[in-house]
Design a protein around this ligand. Structure first.
Ligand code: DLL
Length: 432
């Protein structure tokens, strides 16, 4: 059931045949929503997959503008869950699921895990966040579907993590790549050697950009295989593309989504092999399908067939993004969220920069703000109070804990033209 040979090794023409059917079903379903009833007003039936290119794109902005129910295709009574983006700036993007959507998502997640070698007798520890973020619940149900004993431990508390690993013989772990490194070093501090003391075999790593080098390091430190996992909340969450044992690119499950790569400037569809923006059409979603959704992620489709025998095409490791979204320890943040918080505080000047660094293997966000000498004339204690107030507000806004430092007015760099606010000092370089 988890290795669906007929589907996963189907020929290109067979794949296109079922995709066409699913795409047309999706279009007629999507037209029940307020947004697509207008957007697809003149679209009736698509006769071949190529014609997908003629349909308009959907953007994150559209989803925000459609808040709260503009994309919903079913009666609210059919919806059994929602997931939503964090942050309070503007409308969040909210994604709705019917019971069938959750079933389909669990099935595709179970397929990913099976592909990487996880089996019913494995013990699965899920260190991803449970809640509005899709990492936790998404793979939770896939793991249970596969029949693994599932430990819904959630993120953080490293000592507890390896206590569970040791006592319950965890073999498979779902983890952020940045946290995998941090966890290893906590183990080391406590004298735990994962290679000797634990039974770990497989890590699923994803939700944030990481390099091939980092993957290799994780594999070497723990003595296991780490599989890259890609997904986004707008199309369910984790499980959309996943590595097979060949570990050279992630299979996009083409019975769940139709992938395209476009030039982000001209919006032209690019041939397989060329790098551009990843665009996805969900063809197996009920409550809220999206058509030609611009993910803003940069990658390319690998043209060669995979030696594993699966015919669903693969994408290369995600290279970066075409927008300014930052991913800090797996949490998605837009600079505008930080700007809005600062602008609401009169004592803070208007010039600021955001730095992201690595410290103790985790991402650290720091915000340097010029003090406004016209509106701030307090003591050093007042300054400390102000710093804590801004830090608390930034935490409430972004969900991470940034450090605020004040600098004198006029000391931050002033760029000509578009201000450069974000300095990502993590050096995510990529070889693929
Ligand atoms: O991050 C879903 C997920 C959870 C994927 C757990 C994998 C594992 P969002 O919070 O909506 O959903 O963020 C989606 O994260 O557009 C990419 O920019 C980035 N991203 C996700 N997976 C990877 C990956 C989840 N393997 C956004 N490599 C996406 C690089 C990734 N970036």
């Amino acid at each position: 059931m988890f290795w669906q040979k007929e589907i996963e090794t189907a020929s290109r023409s067979e794949i296109e045949k079922f995709q066409l059917q699913m795409l047309n079903d999706t279009i007629s379903r999507a037209k029940k929503s307020k947004f697509y009833s207008k957007q697809l007003e003149n679209v009736n039936i698509v006769k071949n997959i190529e014609q997908l290119r003629e349909l308009p794109f959907t953007t994150k902005e559209d989803l925000r503008n459609g808040f709260p129910y503009g994309f919903l295709t079913v009666d609210l009574s059919e919806v059994v869950r929602l997931h939503s983006s964090s942050g309070t700036t503007g409308n969040p993007t909210v994604v709705y699921h019917t019971a069938q959507d959750l079933q389909n998502w669990a099935n595709i997640s179970a397929r990913c895990m099976y592909t990487a070698g996880a089996r019913k007798n494995d013990v699965f520890q899920n260190t991803m966040g449970y809640g509005l973020f899709t990492g936790g619940l998404g793979f939770h149900y896939g793991a249970e579907k596969l029949g693994m004993m599932t430990i819904p431990i959630g993120p953080g508390n490293s000592k507890k993590q390896f206590w569970f690993m040791k006592n319950f013989g965890t073999t498979v772990v779902h983890i952020l790549p940045s946290y995998a490194l941090r966890l290893y070093h906590s183990m080391k501090e406590d004298g735990v050697d994962p290679k000797k003391d634990l039974k770990l075999k497989i890590f699923f790593i994803g939700a944030e950009p990481h390099t091939e080098e980092l993957r290799r390091e994780i594999q070497n430190l723990y003595g296991l295989k780490a599989f890259n996992s890609y997904g986004l909340s707008e199309i369910s969450g984790p499980g959309m593309a996943f590595e097979c044992p060949v570990q050279d690119g992630m299979h996009i499950w083409e019975d769940f989504v139709i992938p395209e790569i476009i030039d982000p400037d001209t919006l032209e569809v690019l041939p397989d092999g060329q790098e551009g923006e990843f665009v996805l059409t969900s063809i197996n979603r009920q409550a809220m399908p999206v058509i030609r959704y611009r993910t803003r992620d940069l990658t390319r489709i690998i043209p060669e067939l995979c030696p594993c025998g699966r015919t669903h095409r693969k994408i290369a490791r995600i290279k970066g993004r075409t927008d300014d979204m930052m991913i800090v320890n797996g949490v998605n943040i837009f600079p505008v969220q930080i700007e809005k918080t600062i602008m609401n505080i009169p004592q803070a000047g208007k010039n600021y920069i955001i730095e992201i660094m690595k410290k103790d293997y985790m991402d650290k966000l720091s915000v340097k703000i010029e003090i406004n000498e016209n509106t701030f004339d307090g003591t050093l204690e007042d300054l400390e109070c102000l710093k804590r107030k801004i830090e608390a507000e930034l935490k409430a806004e972004t969900g991470v804990s940034p450090t605020v430092t004040f600098v004198d007015q006029g000391t931050l760099p002033v760029t000509e033209g578009k201000a450069k606010r974000v300095y990502d000092l993590r050096q995510v370089k990529d070889k693929r």
